[in-house]
Design a protein around this ligand. Structure first.
Ligand code: PLZ
Length: 454
């Protein structure tokens, strides 16, 4: 990585018990006014964040391996983003692109056309959140095809709004008690190599076989000519950082193409250099018809997009897509600065370096302890799936215990997975090598300790 100037000391510093007195006081105030349905992973309240650290109100400095769920790829206070935002707010915070348009929105759309997979003519529409982008991709696909059905997959996560809850697989906590859900959503089996059975002859199920299985469900239960879209995360995020078997995504994309079905890649979590490529779709050589993006796109400011084939997106009548804040000028300025930072700091290479370091260390550890089922992922979207000693049974208790121990020692790691048994690593890509190494040592110690207790 070329030079990145850190504002805060890049260090792990434990100043108090967790939570410290100021965080404890904030927790008390929070309980009286903030809805209980919003849960926080950390018991600490943030005062500052930069590079690879989060500093709390009591002066603790934690190493951040979560990046606010894959958002602060360029850092939580990247100087280029800060200055672009400051400059933009000093001019105008909002005019509403649907009322009085501005250049920043167009520039972001130009960048999206350049960076997303494929050389075809593209259009983009900007929104505020990942869920909103996914909803709009479905709107576009339905409008363009005149069909209703949307195919999603086991373990999928696409958001918390009514339609995206229907698209999301996991009931607790995302859907439980929140129905009824939007209709015409059908779920197909995913390719999940670690949890897949083997063929009768003991060979692993290939991506092509897993795709054939999914396609058969779609054709038998829905019918190809009713399907508007196949919607999939090229690497599943909340569902467990599941990397499908090679060939799965290309076979699905091919089937979609030959059946007039819109193939939507949800790259909200995997996009924008996270996996060592601009988009995770590139690893599988697929060119989606539509791509949804959010999170990493704007360095922490809320922005999301649907980008894709001009003929599909332009099929929608003028006025059919929009929203008051979609493509807010401050978020657009932040996005342009973030993307420029990804380019100048070459964060794709950085993500691949992080993959090498982390994978080597955790794979070595997996030979030493027997609760690591699999180490997987791409770039800086990496995961450890935890199992009951020696087998494949999910081990959510060990997972929670490991994350809690790491936190106690000043390292923030997030968990995920349908079975709650996956530790995921999503560091800001500007984290220093030294800090990443230190965080890995803490994580390894936590895993070793928990493995001994199991
Ligand atoms: N699609 C692939 O990962 C958001 C959500 C965490 P929003 N993932 C983190 C939580 O518990 O709410 C996500 C995603 C993929 C869509 C979304 C939704 O993005 O910006 O949270 O709406």
């Amino acid at each position: 990585m070329t030079e990145y100037e850190y504002r805060l000391p890049q260090e792990r510093r434990i100043a108090t018990e967790f939570p410290g007195p100021k965080s404890a006081a904030l927790a008390q105030r929070r309980a009286k006014v903030v809805g209980a349905g919003v849960a926080s992973t950390l018991p600490l309240y943030v005062a500052d964040a930069d590079g690879g650290v989060i500093v709390d109100v009591d002066g603790n400095s934690l190493i951040d391996l979560g990046a606010g769920i894959a958002v602060t790829t360029v850092g939580a206070s990247n100087p280029a983003v800060v200055s672009a935002v400051q400059n933009q707010v000093a001019h105008f915070t909002h005019t509403c692109f649907m009322i009085a348009p501005y250049e920043g929105y167009i520039e972001v759309a130009e960048k999206l056309a350049e960076l997303t997979p494929g050389e075809h003519e593209k259009r983009s529409v900007l929104f505020n959140s990942g869920a909103e982008a996914v909803e709009n991709a479905v709107k576009i696909a339905r409008h363009a095809t005149g069909r209703d059905a949307v195919i999603v997959f086991d373990h999928a996560y696409h958001g918390r709004t009514n339609l995206t809850m229907a698209l999301t697989a996991k009931s607790m906590p995302y859907k439980h008690g929140f129905g009824p859900f939007a209709p015409e959503v059908y779920r197909a089996p995913m390719s999940y190599p670690f949890r897949e059975g083997l063929n009768a002859d003991g060979s692993a199920i290939t991506g092509a076989q897993a795709a054939a299985r999914a396609i058969s469900v779609i054709e038998k239960q829905v019918g190809a000519d009713s399907v508007a879209a196949v919607l999939i995360e090229p690497i599943q995020g909340e569902g467990g950082f599941i990397v499908p078997a090679e060939g799965f995504l290309p076979a699905l994309a091919e089937w979609a193409k030959s059946n007039g079905v819109v193939f939507i890649a949800d790259e909200v979590q995997s996009g924008f250099t996270r996996t060592g490529a601009w988009f995770a779709s590139e690893h599988d050589g697929i060119v989606p018809d539509l791509v949804t993006t959010a999170k990493g796109i704007a360095g922490g400011m809320p922005l999301a997009a649907v980008t894709g084939r001009a003929d599909l997106i332009d099929a929608v009548h003028p006025g059919g897509l929009g929203g008051t804040y979609g493509g807010n000028p401050v978020s657009c300025a932040a996005a342009l600065a973030s993307i420029e930072q990804m380019e100048t700091l070459d964060l794709n290479s950085r993500a691949r370096r992080i993959e090498e370091t982390v994978t080597a260390r955790l794979t070595a550890l997996s030979k030493e302890v027997d609760i690591i089922g699999e180490v997987r992922g791409r770039g800086a979207m990496l995961a450890v799936e935890l199992v009951v000693s020696g087998g494949r049974e999910p081990n959510p208790d060990a997972t929670k215990a490991i994350a809690a121990r790491a936190l106690k020692d000043g390292v923030v790691v997030l968990t995920c997975g349908t079975y709650g048994n996956v530790i995921r690593l999503l560091p800001p890509l500007v984290i220093s090598d030294a800090l990443l190494d230190e965080a890995l040592t803490v994580l390894e110690d936590s895993i070793r300790t928990v493995a001994q207790e199991n």
